[in-house]
Design a protein around this ligand. Structure first.
Ligand SMILES: [Zn+2]
Length: 429
């Protein structure tokens, strides 16, 4: 990668208009706020901005089951009563809202497009703040997530890359991504998250390390509430450094959930925007092709601040800490600061002692030492990029008719990577 990375930014102006429903903490509107900040800071002049293609049901089925995606495509708030037996975990956390499938198509299409850009070496870093839905499972929705765009993007990256590193700094465990690649050594998942006291989703224990070929290729850093910048970075940096040196990935996917910030409506960490951004900066300095995604984040003014700030970091641009006038200026009252002090108002103490963090780091290092070295991969014939697939007629919903089995086998080449861990994890949830 050259010194100045080529940055591609994917944004669909419709994505912020979807609405999970009254009282629901997930607000896609935060993406409109983020984009408006990015524009008002003139950051668009330093990167390529793309409107993504929408992912099709077929694209989604490279990971998800057909009956689940069929359901997402067909269900509406009006007809959900007709689906009596299988509801695929939609309901309170994952409501069926108008346009739900389109919303999924947009954020997933952006992650997939981003992966293709990296695969074709048309960008060094790709940003999709609308992506990062790390809880979605092969067969069901979970934790506000329906389609797992991260898994889809990683599968796309695996067409060109032997080893993909996934890093997750959302306050919640990246369970859906870990589960999808639990059996393979071609993806290493590393999640830093709150763990314990039934905090959602309940997985992400230090000793969940992967199975079979994937043993020791899942890394979990379970943290207690109230972690601050200094503590977080003191474990984030050495763990990522060690993972990279042991695993030698050829590209990285970074999930930047902003619910790890202090003052988040659902979170309980004490990271500042600057501290959160330091993680992004650290990963950028690995100088590997990088897909940067959003994720959680429920105090939306701070989510927008964080992701706009991180866009600037990725571009290597210093920006004014006073927020420029923009469409959503009032959200940033009363200080109108890009980097307000989120931490001193926090009522949560840091429960992570030095001793505790050292213990985790030591344990993670021991697991990494068990790795045989960077695994070699016999690359097979490269499947076509997702956007170049022959698309079905718009009105067709029966995927078995649209694709014959030969086409399907040719394109879906990574089923062996998937493994359903439903039973293994059931004692946690
Ligand atoms: Zn989260």
């Amino acid at each position: 990668m050259t010194h100045k990375p080529r940055v591609a930014y994917f944004y669909d102006p419709d994505v912020g208009n979807y609405y999970y429903g009254p009282g629901h903490p997930m607000k896609p509107h935060r993406l409109s706020l983020t984009h408006s900040l990015v524009l008002s800071y003139d950051l668009f002049q330093h990167m390529e901005i793309y409107r993504p293609l929408k992912a099709t049901a077929f694209d989604m089925c490279t990971f998800h089951s057909e009956d689940y995606i069929n359901f997402l495509q067909r269900v509406t708030p009006q007809n959900i009563g007709g689906f009596t037996s299988s509801r695929f975990n939609v309901g309170e956390d994952c409501p069926v809202f108008p346009g739900m499938f389109d919303f999924c198509s947009i954020y997933s299409g952006a992650s997939l497009d981003g992966a293709v850009k990296l695969n074709n070496n048309q960008a060094d870093i790709v940003i999709n703040w609308s992506g990062g839905f790390h809880h979605a499972k092969k067969f069901e929705a979970s934790g506000f997530c329906y389609v797992n765009d991260i898994v889809l993007a990683i599968l796309e990256l695996l067409k060109h890359h032997a080893r993909v590193l996934y890093i997750d700094i959302d306050i919640h465990h990246g369970d859906g991504v870990q589960e999808a690649f639990y059996l393979t050594d071609r993806v290493m998942t590393v999640s830093f998250h709150r763990y314990g006291n039934y905090f959602f989703p309940g997985t992400g224990d230090l000793f969940e390390v992967g199975l079979e070929r994937g043993k020791f290729y899942s890394v979990n850093v379970p943290l207690k509430e109230g972690i601050d910048d200094e503590s977080f970075l003191s474990i984030f940096k050495p763990v990522v450094e060690k993972v990279v040196s042991f695993y030698q990935p050829s590209c990285v996917v970074l999930q930047c959930g902003a619910d790890s910030l202090a003052g988040d409506r659902l979170g309980c960490f004490n990271l500042s925007i600057r501290g959160h951004g330091d993680c992004v900066k650290f990963v950028k300095k690995l100088h590997l092709p990088l897909l940067v995604l959003g994720g959680g984040g429920y105090t939306i003014r701070n989510v927008a601040r964080c992701w706009a700030y991180e866009t600037a970091l990725i571009l290597g641009k210093d920006i004014d800490h006073l927020i420029p006038t923009n469409e959503y200026y009032d959200f940033y009252a009363p200080d109108y600061s890009l980097l307000p002090d989120l931490v001193s108002n926090s009522k949560t103490d840091n429960h992570n002692t030095r001793q505790y963090l050292d213990l985790i780091q030591q344990s993670v290092t021991e697991h990494l030492r068990m790795l045989p070295g960077a695994p070699a991969v016999q690359m097979q014939e490269i499947p076509p990029d997702f956007s170049r697939l022959e698309l079905p007629p718009e009105d067709s919903t029966d995927m078995d008719i649209r694709y014959n089995s030969y086409e399907r086998d040719k394109i879906v080449s990574y089923n062996a990577e998937f493994y359903d861990l439903g039973n293994k994890f059931s004692d946690h949830s």
